[in-house]
Structure formats: structure tokens, C-alpha cells
Design a protein around this ligand. Structure first.
Ligand code: ATP
Length: 384
């Protein structure tokens, strides 16, 4: 097919090809400038397999594989959507390609990245995490690529960057959608040429690192809006893995609840109480904007308060059992950790509410670092 566009500038996503049950469908992505085939505007085309069985065979194989994989690393699921993601993770582990994990906050992106690394040939080499949203551009550049002594004020000694430290292993670039614009071409270069340049030097050195990136943003929309470089997006999304939100797969909730409670060391009585059909049905009806992380935090609160709390933070805070929050059968350290988690959650939730959702204002009023407040909000599933 000979496609030509009306103008020289084309949309960043020109055409989408999707496999369907009986073949594939290609569809134009943007009305402007439009796509023309022999002078006729083209919107979509379908391609079918040569015989009926041809497209069915891989689909059947895929279905059989999906039926088998209900876990990947510490992630568990039974829904078709999550199992399809697990299959992709397994494929990603078997190769060296760059991976882009896309999903809302708390859907398990960090755990998926670690599990891919652990299942890969690089498992015994380092796994390094860099949060691209946590640092200003100059510090992030040094964090990623390192710096020479005197490269900038305060660079009192030479420092290795994460890419060098992760040599032979994997680097996990969390919140890649927050990568400052000035660093985007630098990361692109690393992905294309597999070489880095420390701040303060003019020479490039080779690196052998597998990149897994994650974002809670719709990165394609960021590209369309001109905030994220399309060439970098395509370099990152060689293997794109979507992680579905919890509300898109409420059938996974019982299994996930069991897994989380076991991990939290729930007693058999607590397990019975918190996996009772009524309680699970309530959990399945809740919204969980913070996804599995929020569900996990809620279950932790249930264990602390020794009660099947209704799945709403406000209800939980108003629970009459709150004053009996101490469980002396736990170690002091564990009990303290859980109480602190609950306090942190409730504090930052109330703080943000008080300041109408304005993070900078809330951080200033609470005398907290804004980046730290963001981190807390994300950890507790209160902000994506
Ligand atoms: N399918 C799952 N099965 C069991 N636990 C899960 C699953 N998905 C997520 N979790 C748990 O939810 C919590 C949050 O996961 P994780 O930190 O990987 O999320 P995330 O998507 O990286 O979040 P963020 O975008 O905010 O960084 C972890 O405790 C993780 O173990």
C-alpha cells in the first residue's frame, strides 16, 4: 500500500495496527492531515489470515499459555487482562529489549520490573531503581550518568551514575513520564548507542544495561501533547506492557487479598474474617483509585484494628475500634511500623484535603519537602 500524507508534518501516531480474531485491522489515528491512498482518503483496512485456522492457531496457543500463568514474581491474578500482562512479562524476561510498563499508581509496576529482572539472564547482576520524578533535572542527570569532581558546584568528588552501577544488570526508570525535557535526548542517546557521558566529561563510555521504564501517565497522550519525545517513546516501548487497574479486574480481588494477608502474617482467624464472601464483595465494589497498594494498606489497617473495616478511608478513620489499635501479639517493631503507616496515610490524606488537593501548598503548610510529600501520597495510593 502506498500511503502519502497531505502535508509534510504528520501526526506522531499515524496508524494503529491491531490483531483481531480473524486477522488484523489498520486504522488511521488522526483526522489531520489525513492519509491518502491513490488520492482517496484512507481511514481503515482489514487483513485476513489465508485460511480460517491460520490466525486461530496463535490465539489458541496464547489462550493456553494464559490459562497457565496466574503469577509472575509476587504478582498474582486470574483475570484475562492481568494474565495477558504476565505473559508479556515472561516474554520480556526472556529477551533483552527495553520494556515500558504502563498502569495507574499501585498496579504493581515496580514489582513487575523486579520480577522481570529476576526471571531474566541478568538476575544475578544489579537491579537499580531511579525515580525520574523525584529529583530536579541537574541532580537526576548526575544520578543517572554520574559526574566528575568539580562538574558543578557541590560536586566535591567523582560519582558513578546508576547506569554504570547497574552494569550487566537492569535499571528501572520509574515515573519516566516525569523525565525533564532536557534529559529526554540524553536518555534517547543511551538507548540508541548504549553509551553514557558523565557530567563534566566529553567522552562517552559503553554501558551494558537493560532498561525497564514505568509510568502512570498515558505516555502516548504526552507525546501527542508535545511533552514527551516520540522517538524516545518508541525506543522505550519496544515491549509495552499495560497493567490493568483493579476496578477493571475485580475478579482478582479475592486471590490478591489472600496473597497480601498471607504476606502480612495474618492469623487463620483473621484470614477467615477478611476473606468472608460478604467482606470480599464489599472490597470488590470499592473504587480503589490507589489500586493494589491502596487495597494492601486497607488490609493492613484491618489487621491493626482487628476488624473487617469498610473500604473507605473516612469510614476507617471513624471506626469505633480505632482506639484499640495496638496488637501486643506483634513485635514492637512490626506494631510500630503498622501504626506509622496508618498515621502517615491518614495525615497526608487529611493534609491534602485541607489544602484542596494543592500539593505544594500542603507541603509548605506542613513544613515538608514537596517531593517527599508526593512520594508519600503515591505510596499510600492517594495521588497518581
Ligand atoms: N497482582 C498483584 N498481586 C499481588 N500484589 C500486588 C499485585 N499488584 C500489586 N501488588 C502489590 O501492590 C503494591 C504496589 O505495587 P507497586 O509498588 O509495584 O505499584 P506501582 O504500580 O509501581 O506503583 P507507583 O506507580 O505508585 O510506583 C505492592 O505491595 C505490590 O506487592
Amino acid at each position: 500500500m502506498n500511503l502519502s500524507s497531505e502535508e509534510f508534518a504528520v501526526p506522531r501516531f499515524h496508524c494503529e495496527v491491531k490483531s483481531e480474531q480473524k486477522g488484523a485491522r489498520a486504522r488511521a489515528q488522526d483526522e489531520r492531515p489525513g492519509t491518502y491512498v491513490d488520492g482517496v482518503r484512507w481511514r481503515q483496512s482489514r487483513a485476513r489470515g489465508r485460511n480460517r485456522d491460520e490466525p486461530q492457531r496463535p490465539l489458541r496457543m496464547q489462550a493456553a499459555q494464559q490459562a497457565e500463568r496466574t503469577t509472575f514474581g509476587e504478582l498474582v491474578a486470574t483475570s484475562a487482562a492481568a494474565r495477558a500482562s504476565f505473559e508479556r512479562m515472561a516474554c520480556a524476561a526472556a529477551c533483552n529489549a527495553t520494556v515500558l510498563l504502563e498502569g495507574e499508581t499501585g498496579t504493581g509496576k515496580s514489582r513487575a520490573a523486579l520480577a522481570i529482572h529476576r526471571a531474566s539472564a541478568r538476575a544475578t547482576a544489579p537491579f537499580l531503581v531511579v525515580d525520574c520524578g523525584a529529583l530536579p533535572a541537574n541532580l537526576l542527570e548526575s544520578e543517572l550518568f554520574g559526574h566528575e569532581k568539580g562538574a558543578f558546584t557541590g560536586a566535591i568528588q567523582r560519582r558513578m551514575g546508576a547506569f554504570e552501577e547497574a552494569d550487566g544488570g537492569t535499571i528501572f526508570l520509574d515515573e519516566i513520564g516525569e523525565l525533564p525535557a532536557e534529559l529526554q535526548p540524553k536518555l534517547l542517546r543511551v538507548l540508541e548507542n548504549r553509551e553514557i557521558r558523565r557530567l563534566g566529561t566529553n567522552t562517552y563510555q559503553p554501558v551494558n544495561v537493560r532498561v525497564i521504564a514505568a509510568t502512570h501517565r498515558d505516555l502516548r497522550a504526552e507525546v501527542q501533547a508535545g511533552r514527551f519525545r516520540s522517538d524516545l517513546y518508541f525506543r522505550l516501548a519496544v515491549v509495552g506492557i499495560p497493567l490493568p487497574s483493579l476496578r477493571e479486574r475485580t475478579e482478582d480481588i479475592p486471590l490478591i487479598v489472600e496473597r497480601i494477608l498471607a504476606g502480612l502474617g495474618a492469623t487463620p482467624e483473621q484470614l477467615t474474617q477478611l476473606t468472608a464472601p460478604d467482606f470480599l464483595a464489599r472490597l470488590q465494589r470499592a473504587a480503589w483509585p490507589g489500586n493494589v497498594r491502596e487495597l494492601r494498606n486497607h488490609l493492613e489497617r484491618c489487621l491493626v484494628f482487628q476488624s473487617a473495616l469498610p473500604p473507605s478511608a473516612q469510614d476507617a478513620a471513624a471506626s469505633p475500634v480505632a482506639p484499640r489499635a495496638v496488637d501486643a501479639s506483634l513485635t514492637y517493631a512490626e506494631s510500630r511500623r503498622r501504626a506509622l503507616e496508618t498515621f502517615e496515610h491518614d495525615y497526608v490524606e487529611a493534609l491534602l484535603k485541607l489544602h484542596g488537593g494543592k500539593v505544594s501548598q500542603a507541603a509548605a503548610a506542613a513544613d515538608m519537602d514537596r517531593v517527599y510529600l508526593y512520594r508519600l501520597l503515591r505510596r499510600h495510593g492517594l495521588k497518581s
